[in-house]
Write a protein that binds this ligand. Sequence first.
Ligand code: DI6
Ligand code: FE
Length: 408
Amino acid sequence: MASWDLLITDARIATMRRDVAGFGIIENGAIGIRDGVIDWVGDATEATQQPARATLSLGGQWITPALIDCHTHLVFGGDRAAEFEQRLAGASYEDIARAGGGILSTVRATRAASADELFEAALPRLDALIASGVTTIEIKSGYGLDVDTEIRMLEVARRLGDASGVTVVTTLLAAHAVPPEFSGNADGWIDVACNELIPAAAERGLADAVDAYCESIAFDRQQVARVFDAAREHGLPVRLHADQLSDGDGAALAAGYSALSADHLEYSSNAGIKAMADAGTAAVLLPGAFLTLHETQQPPVAACREHGVPMAIATDCNPGTSPMTSVREAMALACRLFRMTPEECLAGTTREAALALRLDDLGMISAGMRADIAAWDIEHPRDLSYWLGRNPLTHLFKSGRSVSLTAA
Ligand code: DI6
Ligand code: FE
């Protein structure tokens, strides 16, 4: 019998298995890890038969799958704290965007930053996310809006993954805003995105997917469809910022392209959610943006439940609408703002987030899955959504290896 590299024992485990209700709990659990993979999981009394090179006894602490942040804009230059103050004084997000601020102000700062500067600025944000229990993160481009800067952002995202050891999934957010050079000519930028940017990113293996912002202040359905057609031509799956500020029928548009996910969805119709269910498109709900924009339109949680659309939760970490660097904060907010259950919130940052990123070997504690594991000093897994502030994370493993918690 081959020995395990690590045996974690005396743990309570929330496996988050899809086929077991109520967090999939194992009360007196143990996990045997070999070659970065969960080789065995079960009752601790049965685990002692097998030799292990190292043992970690958790004294009854809880284990969950390591958390996954499946929607971020982690790489950007500058910040928008002054805009935050303007909005508190009454200016709307759309007004600021139309006046050339908003996303375009971050575009100016991002273009002016070198790759090293973007990397250095993103690193503390990544450290903070890791300290919240994250070992997998999606990072979008979209603040370059010219070919060179978009490529630079994706390269920085890849570099963040290499440097930190966490899994980074990259998304080319080509159609985020109309670049200043194309003011009044959004279709001109879509031409560049389709004919130059998507091919360049695809050829260099820099993008795992393509995203777009379908909104009255951004791109319309026809423009998004052109971007998605180009993505498809280059073999890249798509996801969509859909129906955040108005119902643009984005959910159905995403479903029509079998998108991996449709994100935000506050204004999506029941028909849109039904279309997502039929297409296997996951919902990604983003309570940080909802809170920051003082949104009142609730995302369609009930419709997602009714139609069986998997609900992921993410930080949407970005300088404009969601300056948030903790996935646990996103879970806590999703409970309070969207009345999701703590179980849905933990599923939303583990197995459903893995599904939204199509990472089949992550997001659950079961044999054959990658050993991405978080340990917590809590009384019950619902505490992860209940408490605000205190960070109960005690151990974090990426593929069976301990991740250092520099920002903890
Ligand atoms: N995600 C986005 O891409 C936009 N809103 C959102 O939730 C804009 C982000 C920004 O204002 O920079
Ligand atoms: Fe976003």
